[in-house]
Design a binder for this molecule. Structure first.
Ligand SMILES: O=C(O)c1ccccc1N[C@@H]1O[C@H](COP(=O)(O)O)[C@@H](O)[C@H]1O
Length: 214
């Protein structure tokens, strides 16, 4: 059991170094002001400049316009665009065309119907699907809520697009989550934080090791 790992919500130099030295395959940068992990364009430039080309730099957006995405892509030299709002399949295609970059569409999951719907709409359109839990009712964020869903819903399903499992993962549950879902990639934010919005180097290291089965 081993999978690729994205560490999301990178907002400090310590977090960049921790994720790189742990062996993360992708780093996520949040461009959504209500998030405690949101970074500025200057922050994006600083926090991406030492990241080698072998590690994907992913920008996270929620129903953002082209100008906001363009500014972030330029500042952070991003490789992939994560769309974590209510973007339609046509909007996913538009983002791919306009920016010439890979696009990942977040899918909120609570029942198998959500997966059936994603299979008919975004599968084969987005380069990656990102299966995340539906946000709790009292949350102001569409993701990054430390909430998981039933991983058995994904067991045995096949997708045309590459995909990531997200939502409430942490160093203690990620191995089981991968075992059950057979996820090729996992994505984490809250589960590797000391306090909300503050990454913890030891948890990042433990998460990558557990996900990769070291
Ligand atoms: O991390 C955020 O602040 C965030 C804000 C808005 C949309 C998505 C966000 N994060 C993504 O949510 C999932 C699950 O995160 P968690 O591990 O449960 O905290 C993950 O894909 C993050 O990229």
């Amino acid at each position: 059991m081993s999978c690729m790992v994205k560490i999301c919500g990178i907002n400090s130099e310590d977090a960049v170094l921790a994720a790189m030295s742990a062996g993360a395959d992708a780093l996520g940068y949040v461009f959504f002001p209500p998030s405690p992990r949101h970074i500025s364009l200057n922050g994006a430039a600083t926090l991406t400049e030492r990241v080698p080309d072998s590690i994907l730099k992913v920008g996270l957006f929620v129903d953002a316009g082209n100008e906001a995405i363009a500014n972030a892509v330029k500042a952070g030299n991003l490789d992939m665009i994560q769309l974590h709002g209510s973007e339609t399949p046509d909007r996913v295609k538009e983002v791919q065309d306009v920016f010439g970059l890979k696009a990942m569409k977040a899918i909120s999951v609570s029942t198998t119907k959500d997966l059936d719907k994603a299979a008919k709409t975004y599968d084969g359109v987005a380069d990656f699907l990102l299966f995340d839990a539906k946000p709790p009712k009292d949350s102001t964020l569409p993701g990054g809520n430390a909430t998981s869903f039933d991983w058995t819903l994904l067991a045995g399903r096949e997708w045309k697009s590459n995909w990531m499992l997200a939502g409430g993962l942490d160093p203690d549950n990620v191995a089981e989550a991968v075992e059950i879902s057979n996820a090729p990639w996992v994505d984490v934010s809250s589960g590797v934080e000391r306090t909300r919005g503050v990454k913890d180097a030891r948890k990042i290291n433990a998460f990558v090791r557990a996900a990769k089965g070291y």
